[in-house]
Design a protein around this ligand. Structure first.
Ligand SMILES: *Cc1c(COP(=O)(O)O)cnc(C)c1O
Length: 390
């Protein structure tokens, strides 16, 4: 794991050595294309759109600074920034599989990762087995001769199961299987899967990395070979790029990433403790809960446990659950997370939608995101709302 001074060096200085005009912060190079005076220079630019300045779908100077910083934070050779987290996951998966291949994925991944694997890729003959990622035996048992990819998400974002990342990476290497992990939960500060042997690390940058609930973006990190292959295939052809102004906003958000993560982690511990002690809460899901059977494993691969947890209320009465959710003042009801604002996402709201299958989780399951408000405020808010259900 990195030290705070390494983070500062990367976040505030890396890639900013030669900014024009002595700019304090990376300027927004808001241009779609770049021009040259000689055939030789233009030919050079054509030779590698991903590294040269030819066209902003391939490379842009503002975006390139962000790329370098995020790769360094994830201890990767290189990174690609996408227009969304799911675009980075889709590009990663499509880069590995061909028709007839097989994928192993942990149960309960992010919903659109699940949709891609379960519903979309079968039309190209790519099939996926979903496994309990806490069991290496189950992962091994799912393998067949066409298995090319293992998809992990540790912890996942509703129930927070973790996988043994080192064991999964070692298993995959012996079977010539590529590994991809969704690392959005921990951020690049608190878990670095590449150091544990994982090949590709994806983030929804819409969460902590940008951190201000105002940009949707994604990040994919890996070795020079894997990333340049994805850059010249999926990245250039899907065209799902992040634009220079958004890259500027993300760079601005990144400046405070360590500060925000520190505060969020501290507040999360306080909120967890208050809810754990409150007998109006039936159960609580949090990787660093000492009563969690995966506590030691979570501790061994994640340095902090920021932001997210889930609770189950004692009642499955819809009107009581509704009263709890609607009486919260500082926890707003919304998807996503990672910004200033604390949030809840009640499973109840995903039930009874015509044409949608019923979620596997019960209606009293509520995911909480602890934001940057003072923890006392948040704890008091939860306590007054819990009064509604008891
Ligand atoms: C939000 C999220 C995604 C998708 O990211 P977008 O930026 O919304 O496309 C993927 N994985 C996890 C765990 C997420 O929370």
């Amino acid at each position: 794991m990195s030290s705070n001074s390494e983070w500062s060096d990367i976040i505030n200085y890396l890639g900013e050595e030669d900014l024009p005009y002595g700019s304090m912060v990376p300027p927004i190079v808001q241009t779609s294309n770049f021009h040259y005076k000689t055939i030789a220079e233009l030919r050079k630019a054509f030779s590698n759109e991903w590294e040269s300045h030819l066209y902003t779908r391939g490379n842009n100077p503002t975006v390139a600074i962000l790329r370098r910083k995020l790769a360094a934070l994830e201890k990767a050779d290189d990174a690609i920034i996408f227009s969304s987290g799911i675009a980075s996951i889709t590009a990663a998966i499509m880069s590995v599989v061909s028709a007839g291949d097989h994928v192993i994925c942990v149960n309960h991944p992010y919903s659109w990762t699940s949709h891609l694997l379960k519903t979309y890729l079968p039309k190209f003959g790519v099939m996926t087995s979903f496994v309990n990622g806490t069991s290496m035996a189950e992962i091994d048992g799912a393998k067949n001769s066409n298995t090319k990819l293992l998809v992990l998400e540790s912890p996942n974002s509703m129930t927070f199961e973790v996988q043994d990342i080192r064991a999964c990476a070692a298993w995959a290497k012996t079977h010539n299987v590529t590994t991809l992990i969704d690392n959005s939960y921990a951020s690049p500060l608190y878990q670095n899967p590449i150091e544990m042997g994982i090949d590709l690390v994806a983030h929804s940058g819409s969460k902590y990395i940008n951190g201000h609930s105002d940009v949707v973006c994604g990040v994919l990190c890996g070795s020079k070979d894997l990333i340049s292959n994805i850059a010249s295939n999926e990245y250039m052809t899907f065209g799902s790029i992040v634009h220079p102004f958004e890259a500027f906003l993300i760079l601005r958000g990144l400046r405070t990433l360590p500060l925000r993560m520190e505060k969020i982690s501290r507040s999360t511990k306080a909120v967890f403790k208050a809810l754990k002690e409150d007998n109006r809460v039936e159960s609580i899901y949090f990787p660093f809960d000492p009563d969690n059977s995966q506590y030691d494993l979570a501790r061994s691969q994640m340095s902090e446990c920021p932001g997210l947890m889930s609770i189950r209320l004692r009642s499955e009465d819809e009107s009581l659950i509704t009263a709890f959710c609607e009486s919260l003042k500082y926890f707003r009801m919304a998807v996503s997370w990672g910004g200033h604002e604390s949030l809840i996402i009640p499973v109840l709201a995903a039930h009874q939608i015509p044409g949608k299958s019923v979620p596997a989780l019960p209606i009293n399951h509520i995911r909480l995101y602890v934001g940057l408000e003072e923890p006392e405020l948040l704890i008091n808010d939860l306590r007054q709302a819990l009064n509604q259900v008891s």
